[in-house]
Ligand binder design. Structure first.
Ligand SMILES: [Mg+2]
Length: 239
């Protein structure tokens, strides 16, 4: 099944939602600057002021992390993201990755290629991959994002935007999820509100994100034998 008016499209941000940018960036900065990682608090503001960074310092370190450290290929996966996205995908949600990772000049090759490699490694299912700053323009039914300015802009455009809790966005009001289980619940509610037909997973069926790896190794998933479409990367169930 392709994209139709009945589809429910979920716009999914990466950094701070699926990928733990703060943790990965902290390790890079600690090594690069020869400082104790503990001197970079994970409980930080959006502008990293607790790390002693001004805008120029952040830009310099971020660029080095992307291009030299290949940070985006190696970020920790935020707990529950892959499993929740597989279950949502199985329920008929169209997963559209929407990230602004190309905002730094002269690092697009590393940013784009490392993003694709990371998505495979993280076992995150998706049908579209959008590198865009104006996130409302890609027209998803709902978005999950951690950046206060993105959540605000999406809501101004009349979109449902779920704020994924991080230390720098606790002031944001409205729809919020503290973890991926809560994202899932909110998305199901929004699908029902839209009237989207859902295909919820039956109890006992395989919803594990490691199905891709099992398929690659030829091991049975227990519900679908290897060779069915439902396990193929980039070709999601129902397609
Ligand atoms: Mg983000």
């Amino acid at each position: 099944m392709g994209l139709s008016d009945e589809s429910f499209v979920l716009g999914v941000d990466l950094d701070g939602v699926c990928a733990d940018y703060t943790l990965g960036f902290r390790d890079f900065c600690a090594e690069r600057l020869g400082r104790d990682p503990e001197s970079f608090p994970l409980d930080r503001s959006w502008d990293f002021r607790e790390w002693g960074f001004d805008d120029a310092m952040f830009e310099e370190m971020h660029h080095a992390a992307i291009v030299e450290g290949r940070l985006l290929a190696d970020l920790p996966v935020i707990e529950g993201a892959a499993d929740a996205l597989w279950r949502l995908s199985d329920a008929g949600v169209w997963i559209r990755i929407v990230t602004h990772r190309l905002y730094v000049n002269w690092s697009h090759h590393a940013a784009a290629s490392d993003t694709v490699a990371w998505l495979d490694r993280a076992r995150i299912p998706y049908r579209d991959l959008c590198f865009v700053g104006a996130k409302a323009d890609v027209g998803a039914d709902a978005y999950i994002d951690d950046a206060p300015h993105n959540v605000a802009a999406l809501r101004r455009s009349g979109r449902h935007a779920i704020c994924f809790t991080q230390p720098y966005n606790t002031q944001v009001t409205g729809l919020r999820a503290d973890n991926w289980a809560e994202v899932e619940e909110i998305v199901y509610d929004l699908m029902v509100a839209k009237g989207t037909p859902t295909a919820p997973q039956l109890p006992g069926f395989d919803s594990g994100a490691d199905r891709l790896e099992r398929r690659a190794t030829g091991e049975s998933t227990g519900t679908d034998g290897p060779g069915t479409m439902s396990d193929a990367s980039g070709s999601q169930p129902g397609e």
